[in-house]
Design a protein around this ligand. Sequence first.
Ligand SMILES: C[C@H](O)CC(=O)SCCNC(=O)CCNC(=O)[C@H](O)C(C)(C)COP(=O)(O)OP(=O)(O)OC[C@H]1O[C@@H](n2cnc3c(N)ncnc32)[C@H](O)[C@@H]1OP(=O)(O)O
Length: 725
Amino acid sequence: MSSSGKGRTVLEVGADGVALITIINPPVNSLSIDVLFSLKDSYEEALRRNDVKAIVVTGAKGKFSGGFDINAFGGLQEGQKQEPKPGFISVEVITDIVEGARKPSVAAIDGLALGGGLEVAMACHARISTPTAQLGLPELQLGLIPGFGGTQRLPRLVGISKALEMMLTSKPVKGEEAHDLGLVDAIVSPDQLVSTARRWALDILERRRPWVASLHKTDKLEPLGEAREILKFARAQVRKQAPNLKHPLVCIDVVEEGIASGGRSGLWKEAESFQGLLRSDTCKSLVHVFFAQRGTSKVPGVTDRGLMPRRVTKVAVIGGGLMGSGIATALILSGYPVILKEVNDKFLQAGIGRVRANLQSRVKKGKMTQEKFEKTTSILKGVLDYDSFRDVDMVIEAVIEKVSLKQQIFADLEKYCPQHCILASNTSTIDLNLIGEKTKSHDRIIGAHFFSPAHVMPLLEIVRTNQTSPQVIVDLLEVGKRIKKTPVVVGNCTGFAVNRMFFPYTQAALLLVERGADVYQIDRVITKFGMPMGPFRLADLVGFGVAIATGTQFIVNFPERTYKSMLIPLMQEDGRAGETTRKGFYTYDDRRKASPDPQLKGYIEKSRSISGVSIDSKLLKLSEKDIVEMIFFPVVNEACRVLAEGIAVKAADLDIAAIMGMGFPPYRGGILFWADLLGSKYIYSRLEEWSNTYGEFFKPCAYLAERASNVASLSSPSKQSKSRL
Ligand SMILES: C[C@H](O)CC(=O)SCCNC(=O)CCNC(=O)[C@H](O)C(C)(C)COP(=O)(O)OP(=O)(O)OC[C@H]1O[C@@H](n2cnc3c(N)ncnc32)[C@H](O)[C@@H]1OP(=O)(O)O
């Protein structure tokens, strides 16, 4: 993380009388408070000087600006940093000084103009861009709204519908599209950018081009009645798609204020709302996620050694099932030639068919051309033996979770692959030392745990043992980056980080149901909390075969805290094994629509009697808050163990693992960030209370107990904790 309160602008006046103001704050020329004050000073100087006729604003090294300095938010939220009074930057600097200047200014945009960056550009009197520049207002992604006039100027430049779409989705547009929309006035190549902008500024001065103050433009705004209809529709969409989020609705209200009462009134409402949102838990959580996500590829003792990733030019994938074909798809999509190995021709053709189907669905959705499809599939080769493994740089094994089979495969790999070849396993639970037991290649054995569907899900859990070499980790981090995955590097143990943390998710739900809580209510409440689906719907999706296989691993390794329920095995015995059999906790129709099943009651009663428990009247009338806490506090407890054992390097990695591996809502900041908002003491006391009533499953771990007794946060690094990495 770069420190806040840095950066500057530089003013250079040319012989043409144009002052070039360049924003300099690497790596993305973010607008720190220092940059903003320097921008104000540069403008004031340019306006004062008689040798300056017009102004061009640009960013150093091919990037206009990535927006307000996100590093500074932390200080502003905690009140540690003195912030300018609300509206000072947006109204007094950007509107009155930049847009209100009596000398024309043009923004010269290359690379990116995001958030505050685009807002500064929109206050200039024209914008020239390169075709590839990215222009957007992604503030909502951080739990905020644009705060430097973006809610007012963007609708006036591109119309209300498009402006709302850009803000609500946080998606930028490229230069070309921005030009079509009217957001930029001309497109030129990077080498022509500044010279064109200079001429344009002089043309404005000489009235050969229009002098436009965006805040006063009205031609793109729909009449009020029509505008209100668009806003009403947008509100309905937001309520449906993001029912837990307030800031998108605030954004729409602020846009409306400007349309109904004028741009300046909109600016003040924007400034006031921005201040309020900056201190919200949602904003704190999403800013945390922004940095946490970028921090996962920084691994102490590994990425700080100056090691360069080795070139990986050819990869082999063993096993063409669901996981193997997904992994192969992800690799070829990023240009890695792949050899897919299967045991017989039938399985091989099925595997290749799955890869082709994955890509074909992209073609159908218009995300891939037929030509690109042909080119991509041409780098996939199917094989039945190890002959062509002689020159592979990396192998990813993705066969069924059977220890003896994996051991045999790794022994074979050692024989057939070159010495430098990275030997990775996609196992989701099995100890890697066990997998490599029959080899002498422990330094190049690593876990590459993908999540299904592997070509879609963004997380890559990289598992290292005590013997995996840092070079191999650096290599896999690079491959992960190229195939556009967010990596989380964790230590070796049963279930690693993601499956271990989320094992108690289903377990807690089973415990509650056997004591009388309702399956469908639990799923409803957990979905309302923000998970993509509740624990029972998830078990149906994953399939009971997998659920039982992983469950067994946990019973063996963590017997003291595994809740042993027979509910899932009982259903499986009856051929109800989840969605693939059309029956599990729900029943499924042809369109995979899930419906509650009254027959479930019988299975629950049977498993209740096997467990020897009875209905608990308290659990029959649990509040939504209680359900959320009883399901997620055991997850927090396990996350604490994972952290205390050094399986994860830092709490933020577990937050990202939870968000990207299990769909924990990002606006809650990840599992431990969310827990810290509630407080370690509270969580400890609740778990302690339930463990007294319902047993060991809820027992708070030593790490949680220690944090609670010191009223300390769960995420702050521990002084004594010894990393396994
Ligand atoms: C008042 C205003 O309306 C409020 C605002 O402007 S809020 C800010 C709005 N801007 C944004 O949300 C943009 C956020 N940034 C991004 O989306 C992406 O970083 C990017 C598209 C700019 C670049 O992406 P990419 O090239 O993949 O590089 P990425 O790794 O993300 O970023 C490079 C570095 O720049 C930093 N960075 C990016 N944007 C930053 C910002 N706005 N402030 C501070 N640092 C920033 C990243 O933290 C990272 O730092 P690191 O190297 O120390 O980890």
